[in-house]
Design a protein around this ligand. Structure first.
Ligand SMILES: Cc1cc2ncn([C@H]3O[C@H](COP(=O)(O)O)[C@@H](O)[C@H]3O)c2cc1C
Ligand SMILES: O=C(O)c1cccnc1
Length: 348
């Protein structure tokens, strides 16, 4: 084990011995075998993750990790850096899309300042884990120092474990950080790996000139460092919120909680977590395939079969929240639905 990973909790491997009884339970329900398609597979996955034939997804906590990126100096985003802090304030006021969707599905929301480059007033719903005011510009130098990366991973793991200990059955991971699709593209390029070009998309929105500028800046960042080892890749290309999400993925898995992974950026963080600790892969449920270029290839590269395809490209955890009712339905199948035997014997 690498000494730097010692601060991260161990992730138990999934015990597959329950798979047979979970499949038999699902097949024995009052419905034709297989008639609930992928919801049946989801029920079995949730049972395996929680180690029970009666899994729950009642309580869900969305952790939104927010941070800024030095790469924005290169014009990688169509939006100014100040939008990150403005959106954090909006979330705290309950007015973001993530807040509305969380209310729609019944999930708790926690906002984490992982490294926003602005002053934020203290707020009871804001968790301050700010490591620095944004990353360094990865086109010129490493985005993070070793100790900054360690802190981000450890804080993320701790926050996810805290949410689990406070009663969350499912951890939904979301992010807010202008410029973070640029970091995510570099992570995908090195960790999947995939050609850089196929990893770069329009992010929050770019015209042709903006996209060309983003491609050119990311080519310079990639040329600056040949890192391929997951810690090195995170340190070189950032970002703070992405590293914290990778830590949170590991922390949730260590508590045997399903991690509902949102879009392109959250998936890049999950990819980093999987490369750091392969056992987390079994705990990751990929909510949707985003419209961001690169997301479909990233998902395919880790054999992930996303639950939804809605053309979303927002982030914030919105896609994860929309998939949450599917997890609850899958748990309801195992916990509540009568067996065919009960129905035929008149017991149900
Ligand atoms: C108003 C607004 C709200 C957002 N909420 C999420 N994002 C999303 O867009 C950003 C990534 O795109 P890029 O890398 O191109 O900057 C992230 O903050 C992501 O969460 C937003 C973006 C904007 C503009
Ligand atoms: O897929 C995402 O999560 C995404 C895509 C573009 C911009 N922000 C987020």
């Amino acid at each position: 084990m690498q000494p730097t990973l010692l601060s991260l909790p161990p992730v138990p491997s999934i015990d597959r011995s329950l798979a047979g009884s979970l499949r038999a339970k699902v097949d024995g329900k009052a419905k034709p075998p297989g008639s609930l398609g992928r919801i049946e597979d989801l029920a079995i996955r949730l049972g395996l993750i929680q180690g029970t034939t009666e899994p729950r997804a009642d309580r869900a906590t969305l952790l939104v990790f927010a941070a800024d990126h030095g790469l924005v100096e290169e014009g990688v985003s169509a939006y100014p850096q100040a939008v990150t802090a403005a959106m954090v304030r909006t979330f705290l006021a309950g007015r973001g899309t993530a807040n509305a969707f969380a209310r729609a599905v019944g999930a708790e929301v926690r906002i984490v300042d992982a490294g926003v480059a602005a002053d934020l007033a203290p707020h009871p719903d804001l968790i301050d884990r700010r490591i620095r005011r944004g990353t360094r510009n990865a086109a010129r130098e490493a985005a993070l120092l070793e100790n900054e990366l360690d802190a981000a991973l450890a804080f993320g793991a701790e926050l996810a474990a805290d949410a689990a200990d406070a009663g969350a059955d499912v951890i939904v991971l979301g992010e807010m950080g202008i410029g973070n699709t640029a970091s995510a593209s570099l992570l995908m390029h090195r960790l999947l790996p995939a050609p850089l070009e196929t990893c770069i998309g329009a992010g929050a929105g770019h015209d042709a000139a903006g996209l060309a500028r983003k491609r050119e800046a990311l080519a310079r960042a990639a040329a600056r460092s040949g890192a391929t080892e997951p810690r090195e890749v995170l340190r070189e290309f950032g970002g703070l919120e992405i590293a914290m999400m990778a830590g949170a993925t590991i922390g949730a898995a260590a508590r045997r909680r399903a991690v509902l992974v949102d879009g392109f950026i959250a998936s890049a963080a999950a990819l980093a977590a999987i490369r750091l600790e392969p056992a987390v892969r079994d705990y990751c449920i990929f909510a949707h395939c985003s419209a961001e270029r690169g997301h479909a290839a990233l998902l395919e590269g880790i054999a992930a079969d996303p639950l939804l395809e809605l053309g979303l490209r927002l982030g914030e955890g919105t896609g994860g929240l929309l998939a949450l009712p599917l997890l609850r339905a899958a748990c309801g199948l195992l916990r509540e639905v009568a067996s065919l035997d009960e129905v035929l014997s008149g017991a149900a």
